[in-house]
Write a protein that binds this ligand. Structure first.
Ligand code: NAI
Ligand code: ISE
Length: 341
C-alpha cells in the first residue's frame, strides 16, 4: 500500500535500537531513513543490515535527510523538548518515548507549541495502552460490570537500574507508566501524590532511594498505590489490580510460561521491559505507522505526556520531604478535548 513511511530515529540506545529493529524488520509500512546519535558507533551498530539509512550526530541533519517523513524520539528525556520542537517546526509526525519531557514547565511548552500549530503531531510512548492485558482491563472497567473502581494496586519492579538513575527517576521515568495507565484506565486526572520511602535495598546503588511506595489520589476519590523497586534483582514484574464495588481484576501475573519438571513447577520471569512488553511495543509502533500513513495522529497525546510530567513533578516534591503534594494542571487546550484522564 503506497510508499513506505521513512522514519528518522533519534537515539540508538536500548530503546532506540529496539525500535530501529522493529521499524526495519517487524512492522509493515515503514523503513528507517535516518538515525541521529552523538555516539555514531552505536547508531551504525543499530542499523547494521538495514539498507538506505543515513547516520548523523545532529537531530536537524537527520530530520532533513532525504526520505524522512516522520520521527521516532528515543534519546534521553532531557533531549526530548528540542527534538519535538524540531519535528513540529518541520510539520513531521512524531512518536516520542516517555517521559515526553521531564518537568512540567518544559512539557507545557511542548503542549503550547503543538496547540499553536492547531493540529496534533505527537504521540507519546506509553505502550501499556497497547498491552493485551491492560487493554482487557480497560475494556472491563469501561463496561461497568465491576461497578465503580475504588483502588488500583500496582507493582513495578526492574532487575536493576541503569547507570545514572536517580531517586527522582523512579517517579519521573518508571512510575510515569503507572501515572499514564491510571489516568487512562480510570478516565480521571490524578490530583495529589504522596511518596513514602521504605528503607533502601542493599542491592540499590549508594544513595538511591529504592524501593519507593507512591500513593495517588484521583479527582473522583480513587486511590492508586504503586510499589516501585528498580533494583529488585530477581526479574521484571509489572502488575495492576483494580478493586471495584462489585469485583476485582488483576493483570500482569500470567505473562509467562510455567515449566513443570523434576517434581516442581517453575514460572519464568521476564528479564526486562523489552521482553515483557515486546508485543505492546510492536502494536504501538504499528498503530503509529498506520495512522501516520493515513495522515492521522492517535494514541497518547502531548497533553497526556504533560499530565504525566506534572504528576511526576509533584511526586518528586513529595519524595524530597513534601508529604502529600497537590497536582496543579494547566488549562487543557481545546485541541486535546477528550484526551486521557
Ligand atoms: N517505553 C519504555 O518502556 C521505555 C522507554 N524508555 C525511554 O526511551 C528513551 C531512551 O532510553 P534508553 O534507550 O534506555 O537510553 P540509552 O541511554 O540506552 O540510549 C540513549 C541514546 O541516546 C543518545 N543520545 C543522547 N543525546 C542525544 C540527542 N540529543 N539526540 C539523539 N541521541 C542522543 C545516546 O548517545 C544513547 O545512544 C528515554 O526517554 C527512556 O525513558 C526507555 C526504556 C523503556
Ligand atoms: O520505561 C522504562 C524505563 O525507562 C524505566 O527505567 C523502567 O523502570 C520501566 O520499567 C521501563 O518501561
Amino acid at each position: 500500500m503506497g510508499e513506505l513511511l521513512g522514519v528518522a530515529v533519534l537515539g540508538a540506545g536500548h530503546m532506540g535500537a529496539d525500535h530501529i529493529r522493529r521499524l526495519g524488520r517487524v512492522v509493515s509500512g515503514a523503513r528507517v531513513a535516518a538515525v541521529a546519535d552523538p555516539d555514531t558507533d552505536r547508531a551504525r551498530e543499530a542499523v547494521a543490515g538495514l539498507d538506505g539509512v543515513s547516520v548523523h550526530t545532529e537531530t536537524e541533519a537527520a530530520l532533513d535527510a532525504p526520505g524522512v517523513r516522520a520521527v521516532l524520539v528515543a534519546s534521553p528525556g532531557p533531549a526530548h523538548e528540542e527534538a519535538l520542537r524540531a519535528a513540529f517546526a518541520r510539520g513531521l509526525p512524531v512518536l516520542c518515548e516517555k517521559p515526553m519531557v521531564p518537568g512540567s514547565a518544559g512539557a507545557l511548552r511542548v503542549v503550547e507549541a503543538e496547540a499553536r500549530l492547531g493540529r496534533r503531531l505527537a504521540q507519546i510512548g506509553f505502550m501499556r495502552r497497547y498491552d493485551a492485558e491492560y487493554r482487557r482491563l480497560k475494556e472491563l472497567l469501561d463496561s461497568g460490570r465491576l461497578g465503580r473502581p475504588l483502588m488500583l494496586h500496582c507493582v513495578h519492579r526492574n532487575v536493576s537500574s541503569p547507570p545514572g538513575f536517580t531517586s527522582a527517576m523512579l517517579v519521573e521515568s518508571s512510575v510515569s507508566h503507572e501515572i499514564d495507565a491510571a489516568r487512562w484506565l480510570l478516565g480521571q486526572e490524578l490530583t495529589a501524590v504522596t511518596v513514602l520511602r521504605p528503607r533502601s535495598s542493599a542491592l540499590a546503588p549508594e544513595g538511591l532511594l529504592d524501593p519507593q511506595f507512591v500513593v495517588f489520589e484521583t479527582e473522583a476519590g480513587v486511590l492508586v498505590d504503586v510499589e516501585v523497586f528498580v533494583n529488585c534483582g530477581f526479574g521484571y514484574q509489572v502488575r495492576c489490580e483494580a478493586v471495584c464495588e462489585a469485583g476485582g481484576a488483576r493483570v500482569g501475573e500470567q505473562h509467562t510460561m510455567v515449566v513443570t519438571a523434576g517434581g516442581e513447577a517453575r514460572e519464568e520471569v521476564a528479564r526486562d521491559y523489552l521482553v515483557r512488553f515486546a508485543d505492546a511495543y510492536d502494536r504501538e509502533v504499528q498503530a503509529w505507522v498506520d495512522a501516520t500513513r493515513r495522515g492521522r495522529v492517535t494514541g497518547p497525546s502531548a497533553w497526556d505526556g504533560y499530565a504525566a510530567s506534572a504528576v511526576a513533578e509533584a511526586g518528586v516534591r513529595s519524595l524530597a520531604g513534601g508529604g502529600r503534594v497537590a497536582v496543579e494542571l494547566a488549562e487543557r487546550p481545546p485541541l486535546y478535548a477528550g484526551s486521557g484522564g
